[in-house]
Unconditional design. Sequence first.
Length: 425
Amino acid sequence: MYTMSPPSIVVLDRALAEPRSAARVERMLGALGTSLDRVERAADADIPELIQAKGWQDARRKQGCLGPHADPSLVFSTMRFEDAPEVKPVLAQCPPGTSEWLVRNLLGHGGRTVARENFSSKRGVCRARVQFDTIFGCPHGCQYCPGGKVSIVNTNLEEFLTRQVIPAAEAEPWQKVFMYNSALSDTPCFEPEYGLSKLLAEYYATTPDQHYLIHTKSANLDFLREVDHRGRTIVLWSVTSPTAARLIEPGSALPEERIEAARRCQEAGIPIRFKLKPIVPVKGWRDQYRQVIEHMFARTRPESVGLFMLAWMDFAEFKSCIDTGLLDPPFLQALEESAPNRDPNSAQLFPHAARVELYRFLIAEIRRHDRNVPVFLCTETNEMWREIGPELGMTPGNYICACGPQCLPGTTRIDRVLEPMEMRK
């Protein structure tokens, strides 16, 4: 686990009700340098009071709005698969401004979800898939992310495997790659003491052809070398520029640390992939990304490289959480000029022409080192695919993606896009 100094640690009674869950709590507390008799205990009924007493009502604001980076509080809890309480009655008892999302996760809602985007989405080209979340909150402190202040760590993982993971794998045989904890957290921050990665790697190693995907900004992956993954675990790194890693993702690993972790994983027989994500055009971004890409290909041979420019907010939100003085002036000007006309239904922040300029530069740099590695656009518009897709040799109907549900190691094209059973119905 990361070395952390949480301002508070709370263990909900549910997390101690089953021996394996309780042992996981105690193991993680030990890694934090504490023990069960030195932390706070609570029950579901205490959740509104906890939020009030600890000031968690702003816990799901973007972290750049909350001041300097700090480690999050930790809450050890469990997922509840059929009997999770209604959220609204509990939310009504909480301080004004409390996030419904926070209350939902404290009450045990979590686990299996369906990402319902598909290749015709107006918000961006993506792939519908079954995915899972067992942790909500992260110590990386990314300023654009609402996952700070509180991390809720669900510890009933063996029950989760039996009740959700295995049934999903069996019901969705078309899905070859399953992603975990990509919405609001980063599993390796809590490993190996958490044990989710070992549990999942060993399970997927027993399936006919399905894989566990770890999507991370961390360099804490050496524990996988001791796991019997049999090549069925894939690790995908988001990599950004050194400036962004230091100032916008202040608790994360530096680009060279992430790339070195990838080299070690590849050496251990683990397929590796990269996304340049999120791309923030800071001052000097061309030189910084040129160096990052050169280092990436000097040290590793990735299966694919994705491109994703910072998104999922408008200019007002951007200004509230990230220092605009970090931006390359022409990109800041483009952002300011385009803001009044931004489509509110779009995921994109920067205007189309600015993104084209940036993508073409990065594609050219990647191709200087590898003419054949698949390069794809992540959560981009159909308009962008029409312009850039021919240069990549892919379309929204056949592109491969580092976290794509049909993208087995070695995949270069998707012949037919498939979807989860809920969407097929």
